[in-house]
Design a protein around this ligand. Sequence first.
Ligand code: NAD
Ligand code: MG
Length: 381
Amino acid sequence: MRFDTNRTPLGVAVLGSTGSIGRSTLEVLRRQRDHFRVVALTGGRREEQLAEQVAEWRPAFAGLAAGNGGSRLPTGPAVLVEAATLPEVDIVVNAVVGAAGLDATIAALHAGKRVALANKETLVMAGDLVAHAACAGGGELVPVDSEHSAVLQCVTGRESALARLILTCSGGPFREWPAERVRNASVDEALRHPTWAMGNKITVDCATLANKALEVIEAHHLFGLPYDDLEVVIHPQSIVHAFVELCDGSIIAQLGFPSMELPILYALTHPARLPDAGVRRFDPVAAGPLTFEPVRHDVFRALSAGIAAGRSGGISPAVFNAANEEAVAAFLTGAIPFGRISEVIEGVLDSHLTAAATSLDIVREADRAARVHARKLLSRQ
Ligand code: NAD
Ligand code: MG
């Protein structure tokens, strides 16, 4: 699906519309009503928030994907696939958090839709199968993640010259903390991200740097580069979103004040552009000095563990993702100290057997088994 102003308004399904990315998506769509109309909305559990969005947008379909009955709206995981595959839908914004978004991404790509993907866990778990679904169904995957949007904006039209990527990483709230203090950081401290306001799970991922491992694997699948050509640098100001090196050594970067609204709009319009008065205009002086530092791999071990899982391939990235989701959920309830998250990830990855990820059933089984193992480790303090 190419964005074509003669064909608009295009139909959009927003999965996870009540979350941080979902609400930013609706903010963007509110300014672009001539070009897009909201056809479907899904929330998780909370009906009131979704009901407010339904009252504003009057979508043809709305449902609660993590609900369990007792609502006037359709409930259960199947609402994601239903919303994603409606015939009136041209673009699916997948803003669900975690593995729950997998089936909808695959189904939408099989149905020939564009998937504007924020739900990076999906691509990490089953990158090859997602690519296969796009090929088979004629669908198209476009990243929403700011680093990957930056790369896409820099490489579009120059794909064959792409040589290396350097993804930037804010470093999270514990960037400068001594190792022992990081180990015992509280939930409140982990949720205080210095530059971005996001959902709780990804905010914790940014504090452990597991998020950057997910993003390196995501970049591998989106841009087809080997892991040796994917690098990470700490950039505390979050102004440069990625550096793209071309085969002659030229570096192209995309910059902007931290906001997800631009990457969301670009995922809807790529490779075209639409004017958007809502984006804060750039001011290099206000942005201040831009600094870059190496990653402290010894303190933030989830990053190396995740990249190693990516290199190992097969089901390993799905195992990494599942262990991380379980450990982060446990940390958020106060059950484990912050430092335990990366230990559980390493523990689960160290003892799993690798296998090729040739079917969704294999990936789902790897996800399930890794969660069982992670919970066992989590219960053993
Ligand atoms: P969030 O927690 O704010 O929102 C998640 C959404 O998913 C909510 O609508 C929630 O109701 C829904 N949801 C939760 N569990 C569900 C389930 N089991 N089934 C179906 N729906 C469920 O999270 P977010 O910050 O908006 O992040 C969403 C995704 O986007 C994540 O994969 C995250 O890594 C990615 N992402 C977020 C940002 C950001 O700035 N927030 C940036 C880049 C990527
Ligand atoms: Mg990102």
